[in-house]
Design a protein around this ligand. Structure first.
Ligand SMILES: *Cc1c(COP(=O)(O)O)cnc(C)c1O
Length: 362
């Protein structure tokens, strides 16, 4: 690529690339290990719009109605179609937010370790990205407020539960962050709730009323077991959704995606049981590896960090040789492990026994 006339801010950057390897046990991208039920798949087959010669509904009205109904039920906050917007994965949602509210001459701010796509999509949209370290793995409220006052970002990214650390932010932290941004007289606050269904804290959706610059992003990729379909959405004041119409591509969400997602949302009640099962499996796994002397910082999501390793890349490699793919998120002492089925996690816990020579001892 070296002699291509690439935009200068992209030169030397690496593309997003979680390895997609063919392994017996993939615990690396926080997918739901339970495939959707067969009756849902056949219903999707039946419901696919026959009118594929026509462009889809640009406004995805019926899907947004379905998502609004789901959100109202899941969060206990009444949400209407006008406050919901959908796109091809929450990554496209994030891109549209940055296209509308970021861009050249503007900055986004995120905390690390955090979700790396916040930074990558910022660069791709010409938005400057300010990286502020968390306090170790955690993000105290005063650090958020101080960072906002110092940098006055145009877009503030908060991730709750945070990927890869797994901790959630309490509503009080989100309120304080919003107030700090409001004091600067500029800026949008984005709360990335990709793992909200697994969390034990209330959703930021409950804060949207009266906060016109708050956006909550969600995805069907994790709890919904629908990563392959690429559906993400956001909740915000209707004025935000109007603004996003200026940057979205016409007909961005295909008729296939819209009808498949509507069917998937109608199966949402089965999620509650499955989410409980995943959280139980997480706690069982944490108990098993803790008994071996490992540490897993508390997680509110369908993944955990595990360590401390003296050499995470070597531990990653050895797990791969044992047929288990986890994620090296670039942290000095930790690897990230997605919670799979109980059988997969039993094998993962057994594989950890072979890594004791790589455990950091203090
Ligand atoms: C997985 C994940 C997403 C999901 O992205 P999609 O494009 O919806 O698949 C968004 N945010 C975070 C923090 C994630 O971990």
């Amino acid at each position: 690529m070296s002699d291509l006339p690439l935009r200068p801010e992209l030169v030397g950057r690496t593309a997003y690339g979680a390895p997609q390897l063919d392994v017996p046990i993939a615990l690396n991208t926080n997918e739901n290990p339970y495939p959707p039920p067969p009756e849902m798949i056949s219903e999707i087959g039946r419901r696919i719009e026959p009118e594929l010669n026509r462009y889809p509904d640009r406004d995805a009205a019926r899907l947004r109605d379905a998502l609004a109904g789901y959100l109202s039920e899941q969060t206990g906050v009444a949400v209407g179609r006008g406050e919901v917007w959908a796109a091809n994965g929450s990554n496209e949602i994030l891109q549209q937010i940055l296209q509308a509210f970021g861009g050249p001459g503007r900055t986004a701010l995120g905390f690390t370790p955090g979700y790396t796509m916040h930074e990558l999509i910022s660069h791709a949209t010409g938005t400057g990205f300010i990286e502020v370290p968390r306090d170790g793995l955690l993000l105290p409220t005063d650090r958020i407020v101080a960072a906002v006052r110092e940098h006055r970002p145009d877009v503030l990214f908060l991730c709750s539960p945070n990927n890869p650390t797994g901790d959630s932010l309490p509503l009080s932290a989100l309120e304080a962050a919003y107030n700090a941004v409001a004091e600067t007289g500029r800026g949008i606050v984005v709360v990335d709730e990709a793992y909200a269904e697994f969390a034990s804290v209330p959703s930021a959706v409950s804060l949207i009323a009266g906060r016109p610059r708050l956006i909550v992003t969600r995805t069907m990729s994790k709890a919904f077991a629908f990563a392959g379909a690429r559906v993400g959405y956001l909740v915000a004041d209707p004025a935000v959704i109007d603004a996003l119409q200026l940057v979205r591509l016409p007909y961005h969400l295909s008729a296939l995606t819209q009808s498949a997602a509507q069917v998937a949302v109608s199966y949402a009640t089965r999620l509650t049981e499955q989410i409980r099962r995943l959280c139980d499996t997480r706690e069982q796994f944490v108990a098993a590896v803790t008994a071996q002397g490992w540490v897993c910082p508390p997680s509110d999501a369908n993944f955990v960090l595990i360590g401390p390793f003296v050499d995470p890349p070597q531990a990653w490699q050895r797990l791969l040789e044992a047929g288990i793919l986890v994620r090296d998120v670039g942290l000095a002492r930790w690897l990230r492990v997605t919670i799979g089925t109980p059988e997969q996690m039993t094998r993962m816990a057994a594989a950890m026994r072979g890594l004791e020579d790589l455990r950091e001892t203090t």
